[in-house]
Design a protein. Structure first.
Length: 273
């Protein structure tokens, strides 16, 4: 059983709660939506799921319905009693923690070995850093399905030539294949946000798109950020002092190219030259 709008209202009233604007709390109040998210996440019996920002448990219950083992993480201590109350019957492990501060691998129950999925409804201000931090730090998480603001999701999945393509797109492409797999209307949330949300599916690559023996992620990140920091300029200007002028020829990249023209492989060659 997942939450309807009336269920959300009843839980808020019963526990004396109000959605926190500072924490970006918008609770999903539509059973069809959360079941759709669980389905798109591709999880089921035998799978292990880490849910970040579980809130009042709407999505948590849908994930548990699939038969997956769910660890639900929530930062807001005020929500923990309600979350535990609704998820206790389905044997979900609830963890009170700030996913942006805690060691992410420590949130994986048991020995943390084997593959995990991450599923989350993420506020605008933490969506990108949390996804990138997960990709960098937790290799055990091989799949993600995140609900984020539309503009954020489009940046995550963009490829060269897309208007949304930028530094975030390249850094995610280093680790994973990202695809926008659906939209979520504002009408399914309580309270109703002013923005549209999308669902982004990420599959971790079997190995990074750029050989780490040739260039580290940290080096790639620094070069990509510099290049997109002045994206209207030619790369020979935006990357002055970051790479050697001779690196363009070695990498097979035109010095008069602009940042949005390069795919992750080209950025890797440039950063490693």
């Amino acid at each position: 059983m997942t939450h309807s709008g009336a269920d959300i209202a009843d839980l808020l009233s019963a526990y004396g709660l109000r959605p926190s604007r500072s924490l970006g709390q918008n609770f999903v109040a539509d059973p069809n939506t959360v079941r759709r998210i669980a389905r798109l996440a591709g999880v089921g019996p035998g799978d292990r799921v880490l849910e970040i920002g579980a809130g009042l448990g709407s999505l948590t219950l849908a994930l548990a319905e699939t038969g997956a083992t769910v660890v639900a993480v929530e930062k807001d201590r005020n929500l923990i009693p309600a979350l535990r109350g609704v998820t206790e019957p389905v044997a979900v492990e609830v963890v009170e923690a700030d996913a942006m501060r805690v060691e992410l691998a420590s949130l994986l129950s048991g020995d943390g070995e084997g593959e995990w999925s991450l599923v989350a409804n993420l506020p605008y201000n933490v969506a990108t850093p949390l996804v990138l931090r997960t990709l960098v730090e937790v290799e055990a998480i091989t799949r993600m399905l995140v609900m984020v603001q539309r503009e954020v999701g489009e940046r995550m999945a963009a490829v060269p030539g897309d208007s949304a393509y930028g530094s975030v797109s390249v850094r995610i492409a280093y680790f994973a294949r990202a695809t926008v797999v659906g939209r979520v209307p504002a009408s399914v949330f309580v309270p109703r946000p002013r923005v549209e949300s999308v669902l982004v599916r990420l599959h971790r690559l079997s190995s990074p798109a750029v050989d780490p023996a040739l260039v580290s992620y940290e080096r790639l990140e620094a070069v990509v950020k510099a290049g997109f920091g002045k994206r209207r300029k030619m790369l020979r200007r935006s990357l002055a002092g970051v790479i050697e002028p001779e690196a363009f020829a070695r990498a097979g990249v035109r010095p008069d190219a602009r940042a949005e023209e390069l795919d992750v492989a080209a950025w890797g060659r440039l950063a490693g030259s």
